[in-house]
Ligand binder design. Structure first.
Ligand code: AMP
Ligand code: TRP
Length: 347
């Protein structure tokens, strides 16, 4: 396949309660990738409204995710930070992809099944078509790599299927127009490290999530030191001391989760952490974990507060990012229009 310009893209929904899972599974990786890659990071407000959002709260949450990006170390001058609704190419390409993706493909999506629950008849059409919009987010920038948590793996496979089918269906047009043998890259997911799936602090078999009613199930990026300490103290564990080997950890989801969190925060492997704490009591380990989490998250929370106090500055960052994103997305939509055969797309 043709060689593609390397570009990283990822998105986070502005749906409140940004937590340690979002940080370790996604945002921390976004920050690291900046050194070697051209990155586009998006606050996906169009995705958020696939379930009902109070308008004032949505506005606040868009600014809060933007503040979190910046507070965690994303540089919006060197890279692109913006909100999805302001670049019309996302919704336009999503429509084209709705006509490429098959019902059978979307019917297999587990996130839809989980979010729609039993009352599927009453879920929005947007929630069902969500993965097609997600593919458009990525491919409107023809992004080659996407850092995400484990829960997004299936959506990224669908993104590749859509790219492949588009490249095949329009193969002749794509090559006749001089785009080579493929217009869209088969995007690679970047899912790695010790915390690609951070679990609830109350139940090691459930994902840490923004929408879980119990706030004690997650560490929020804006939690203060006392709250972090209290939540880790209350975190569910089993009665045994910490395991000493990865094998022993496998049957112990809560231990596995806390060790993974420690490893990710300390930039170590789970093996390293077990070497240090294997055989120790949970109470001792939880103290070390709290100290580490407060040291890493405290400055982020403080910076988020400082940034959200000045919404005009955040809005200016988003406006600037949107303008730069639009340049790339508009070019893609021109190319796609030509490939598909729309009149008016050639100028
Ligand atoms: P969302 O909050 O659904 O918009 O997710 C934003 C990013 O955080 C995505 O890349 C998710 O895969 C990642 N993420 C969400 N929850 C977790 C979790 N519990 N563990 C690891 N990554 C997560
Ligand atoms: N679906 C992702 C989530 O819920 C958010 C998202 C939307 C995304 N578009 C994206 C992630 C494109 C990566 C790339 O977490």
């Amino acid at each position: 396949m043709a060689a593609f310009h390397q570009r990283v893209f990822s998105g986070v929904q502005p749906t409140g309660n940004l937590h340690l899972g979002n940080y370790l599974g996604a945002i921390k990786r976004f920050v690291e990738l900046q050194a070697q890659h051209e990155c586009v990071y998006c606050v996906v407000d169009l995705h958020a409204i696939t379930v009902w959002q109070e308008p004032e709260e949505l506005t606040r949450n868009i600014r809060e995710v933007t503040a979190a990006f910046i507070a965690c170390g994303i540089d919006p001058k060197k890279h692109i930070v913006f909100n999805q609704s302001q670049v019309s190419g996302h919704a336009e390409l999503a429509w084209v992809f709705n006509c490429i993706a098959r019902l059978g493909w979307l019917n297999r999506m587990t996130q839809f099944k989980e979010k729609a629950g039993k009352d599927r008849e009453n879920a929005s059409v947007g929630l069902y078509a969500y993965p097609s919009l997600m593919a458009a987010d990525i491919l409107v920038y023809r992004a080659t790599q996407v850092p995400v948590g484990e829960d997004q793996k299936q959506h990224l496979e669908l993104c590749r299927d859509i790219a492949q089918k588009f490249n095949n269906d329009y193969g002749k047009r794509i090559s006749d127009l001089g785009f080579g043998d493929a217009y869209f890259p088969l995007t690679e997911p970047l899912i790695s490290g010790p915390a690609t799936r951070v679990m609830s602090l109350r139940d090691g078999t459930k994902k840490m999530s923004k929408s879980e009613p119990s706030d004690n199930s997650r560490i929020n990026l804006t939690d203060d030191a006392d709250t972090i300490a209290q939540k880790f103290r209350k975190a569910k564990t089993d009665p045994l001391p910490l395991p000493s080997t990865i094998k022993e950890m496998e049957e112990r989801p809560e231990a596995d989760n806390l060790i993974g969190i420690y490893a990710a925060l300390a930039d170590k492997t789970a093996e390293d952490v077990l070497k240090e704490f294997g055989g120790a009591q949970f109470s001792k380990f939880k103290e070390a974990l709290t100290e580490l989490a407060v040291a890493k998250l405290g400055p982020i929370g403080a910076e988020m507060k400082r940034l959200t106090a000045d919404p005009a500055h955040i809005d200016a960052v988003l406006a600037d990012g949107s303008a730069r994103a639009r340049v790339i997305a508009n070019q893609t939509m021109k190319d796609v229009g030509k490939i598909v055969g729309f009149v008016g797309s050639s100028s």
